[in-house]
Design a protein around this ligand. Structure first.
Ligand SMILES: Nc1ncnc2c1ncn2[C@@H]1O[C@H](COP(=O)(O)OP(=O)(O)OP(=O)(O)O)[C@@H](O)[C@H]1O
Length: 472
């Protein structure tokens, strides 16, 4: 075929294609392009759909056209938004309409919520619309050919209560990060619009496997994260949090635990949230799943620990405390119940329920009396990091004895003065170190950092096989 002949054939094909499109999309459908400004009269004419002149949606099978580029597709050219609440759902084109929404005056009479005009399309509305200033009454023709009007779309008045944004859940300042400025919103106050964000993610995110422990304030569950398949420890408040004091106790635990961050000898914090039940809000903390605590191990095996095992434990706990203290936090509840065995012979310090600011004048709750230093008992809170060191010394002493520490009485008082029983199976170096940790005067106790630098600690690189307690 000659060049001229080919051009002529292409021209004919083009013409045929154009006329075909126009025949199928007469009136109501238009090719996309910059929408021309239309008078209301034109719009009304276009809104009248002659369904007999183009294939119905069911004939077109409603399949989205992914092959044709979007700017070459055909689009319904009437106010889709106005029809969405009516019976016109089927007429929606899969492609976006180039015409957005036909603007209608918001102040149109009779469109206030509850007025008759919102629910009863009338002839007068249609005629009003024909003059270009009425409400949005979309008319179209049914398959039988008769024209009817869609109800006008009510534009609710800008009513404050309806359009007011819902209160966002509170975002708290973390005093462990920002310091103890009392003016900052760091704690919960019932006057806040929503004291805690009530999120429900427990059963959506987790499969609760079983309860693995409980304390005075909480129950702890083993739970599998549904997406990752990993196991976590979920700590749940024992009873619903009803008062601000209860909520703030949890908030403080969450904030302290979160700010401490990752450390090999600290139970890793992951997330925290509140969930409502019939009685109130329960608080959840998602943590690393650990093995047994030393407290529960000690209750089953009463054998005293050997020195290498204790030095190994002391080194790891001193490392955890040095990290916590460097973050400005004091743990205030170091005890065997809160030290967990992890994998490969590691130990991890957990339970930040008593944690507070190391030097700030923040809430200081007394932890377990058996591990409380004399200075804390006397209400001296200016060296809280050293109170942790005392509690570590008391923990090591208890494990060395293989028996529980006294809760009261002369033996209790003697320990607060740094006086301990003979430990014949331990080296003098170890016993002296223990006495230093339990010193009556907090200033005389070594810091956690200083403990790590002791010659005893540098010798604490035990072969894993020799660490009897963590091989479970
Ligand atoms: N991360 C964890 N992995 C495995 N078990 C855990 C974990 N955290 C806590 N547990 C188990 O749950 C028990 C209670 O936890 P925890 O001590 O944190 O609760 P509590 O209510 O703060 O207790 P307390 O009475 O000491 O204040 C622990 O003794 C331990 O047996």
């Amino acid at each position: 075929m000659s060049q001229d002949g080919m051009q002529q054939q292409q021209h004919q094909q083009q013409q045929h294609s154009n006329s075909h499109s126009q025949a199928h999309h007469h009136g109501s459908l238009s090719q996309q392009g910059p929408p021309a400004r239309q008078t209301s009269q034109q719009l009304r004419e276009r809104l009248t759909i002659d369904t007999t002149r183009y294939p119905s949606q069911s004939e077109m099978a409603c399949t989205p056209d992914y092959a044709t580029p979007v700017d070459q597709q055909f689009h319904v050219d009437y106010d889709i938004g106005a029809c969405q609440n009516g019976e016109d759902q089927e007429s929606k084109s899969p492609a976006k309409s180039p015409v957005r929404h036909i603007k209608r005056p918001r102040h149109a009479a009779g469109l206030e919520e509850g007025s008759e005009a919102t629910s009863q399309p009338s002839q007068s509305q249609s005629s009003g619309r024909s003059q270009g200033d009425g409400p949005s009454t979309s008319s179209k023709q049914t398959q039988s050919g008769c024209t009817f009007s869609l109800p006008p779309v009510a534009v609710p008045p800008r009513n404050k209560s309806r359009f007011a944004r819902p209160h966002s859940p509170a975002t708290f300042k973390n005093p462990f990060v920002t310091g103890g400025d009392k003016d900052q919103q760091h704690c919960i106050d019932s006057s806040m619009p929503k004291p805690l964000p009530l999120l429900t993610s427990l059963h959506i995110k987790f499969k609760v496997v079983k309860e693995i422990g409980s304390g005075s304030f909480s129950r702890v569950y083993r739970a599998t994260h549904r997406l990752s398949g990993l196991d976590y420890a979920l700590k749940r408040s024992r009873s619903p949090l009803c008062t601000d004091a209860e909520r703030n106790r949890w908030l403080q635990e969450v904030q302290a635990h979160a700010v401490v961050g990752a450390h090999p000898n600290i139970v890793q914090y992951f997330d925290a949230w509140a969930e409502p039940d019939m009685q109130g809000d329960h608080m959840y903390i998602q943590m690393e799943m650990c093995q047994e605590s030393l407290g529960s191990m000690a209750s089953t095996t009463k054998d005293p620990w050997r020195e290498p095992e204790l030095v190994f434990l002391m080194k790891q706990m001193a490392s955890a405390l040095a990290h916590i203290h460097a973050k400005g936090v004091a743990h205030l509840d170091v005890k065997p119940d809160n030290i967990f065995s992890g994998v490969n012979g590691t130990y991890k310090l957990g339970d930040f329920g008593m944690a507070t600011l190391k030097h700030g004048h923040w809430r200081v709750d007394e932890g377990d009396a058996r591990y409380l230093s004399g200075d804390l008992l006397q209400g001296k809170t200016n060296a809280l990091d050293k109170a942790d060191v005392f509690a570590l010394g008391a923990t090591l002493y208890e494990l060395a004895l293989g028996s529980e520490l006294p809760k009261a009485g002369p033996a209790y008082q003697r320990l607060r003065q740094g006086k301990i029983m003979m430990l014949p199976t331990f080296t003098t170096q170890f016993v002296n170190m223990l006495k230093a940790l339990l010193h009556e005067d907090p200033a005389q106790r070594p810091s956690a950092d200083a403990i790590l630098k002791l010659p005893l600690c540098s010798k604490a690189q035990l072969a894993m096989s020799s660490v009897r307690r963590t091989s479970m």
